[in-house]
Write a protein that binds this ligand. Sequence first.
Ligand SMILES: Nc1ncnc2c1ncn2[C@@H]1O[C@H](COP(=O)(O)OP(=O)(O)OP(=O)(O)O)[C@@H](O)[C@H]1O
Ligand SMILES: [Mg+2]
Length: 313
Amino acid sequence: MDRRFLLVTGKGGVGKSTVTALLAAASAAAGRRTLVCELNTQERIPGLFGKPPVGPRVTSLADNLWSVNIEPAAALEEYALMKLRFRTLYSLVFENPLVQRFVGMVPGMNDLLLLGKAFNHERERETPGDMRSPLAWDCVIIDAPATGHGVTFFRLPKVILDHVPVGNMHDEAREMWSLLTDPRRTAVHLVTLPEELPVQETLELHRTLAGQLGLPIGALWLNQMPPVWGTPATRAAFADLAEPEATSPVRGAWEAGRVRGLRENQAARYAETLAALGLPTLHLPTLYRREFDHAAVVDLLAAARAQLAGGAA
Ligand SMILES: Nc1ncnc2c1ncn2[C@@H]1O[C@H](COP(=O)(O)OP(=O)(O)OP(=O)(O)O)[C@@H](O)[C@H]1O
Ligand SMILES: [Mg+2]
C-alpha cells in the first residue's frame, strides 16, 4: 500500500474488480487521495461503492475516492488537446473521418491510449506551492484487463520502446516503462481462485510478468476460499464421528460436512502450490450472499485486515 501505482490482474472473472475495490477502500480509508481507473469496460467499481457508472470523467465515489472508466476516444481527445493546445486544430485533424479510421486501424492503438491515460493520471500530483487539487493523487489503482489480453497490455510500452527508436512516442514509452518496472512506485497485484486452471494460469502469469518483464509484484490474492468452518476442536470432533447409517436422519448433514472438508483440503493444496511463488498472500473467503455489493467489499476487506494483523481470516 505504500506504492502510488497499483495494477490488479488475473484470469477473467476471478475477482480483479473486487480486489481493486478492496485496495481502493483501504487506500481511501488511510486518508490517501485515491483514483481507480477501469479501462473501457462495463464498470464494476462504482457499483461496489453503491454508485451508478461514472463514464469517462473522474467522479467522486466516497471520501478520498474517485473513479473513471477510461475510453479510447475521450483519451485520444484529451491527449491530442494537450499536445495541440487548440480545439479548432483538434477538430480539424482528429474529427476528420479519414484520421479517425486510421487511428482505429493501428493495432494496439486503443490499448496504448488507455494505458497512456492511466499513466497521465499517475503523473497528476501536487507540485510544491500549488493548492492541493483534486487531481493530485496519492494512489492510482488500475483494474487491468484479464490475463491474455493483460500481458499484451503490460508489454505494450516495452514493445514501443524497442521498436520506435526515437521521438515523442519513444520518450513517453520510456517513462511508462520506467514507472511500470519501478518497485518503489508500482505493484502488480495478482488475483486467482483455488481451482486448477486459474492456479496454472497464475503460475504462468507470474513467470511472464515477474520473470520476463521484470515487473514488481505486490500481493497474491487467493479469492473465494472455502470459508473456514468451526473451531479446530469442533473440526476434529467431526472428523472422528462414525459414519452414520444410510437411513440415518443425519446422513445428509454428515455427507455435506465431508464434502466441505474435501473442498477445504483441495483449496489448501492449491494454496500450497501457489506458496512456491513466495509472494505475500491474502485469502478471501467465498461470501454466500444474494447481492455482491459494498457490504461484501467491507466484509472481505475486514477478512484481509484480520490476516495482516495475524489473526484468523
Ligand atoms: N469472495 C467472493 N465471494 C463470493 N462471490 C465473489 C467473491 N469474489 C467475487 N465474487 C463473485 O464473482 C463475480 C466476479 O468478480 P469480479 O467482478 O471482481 O471479477 P473480475 O476478475 O473483475 O471479472 P472480469 O474478468 O469480468 O473483469 C462478482 O460479481 C461476485 O459475484
Ligand atoms: Mg473486472
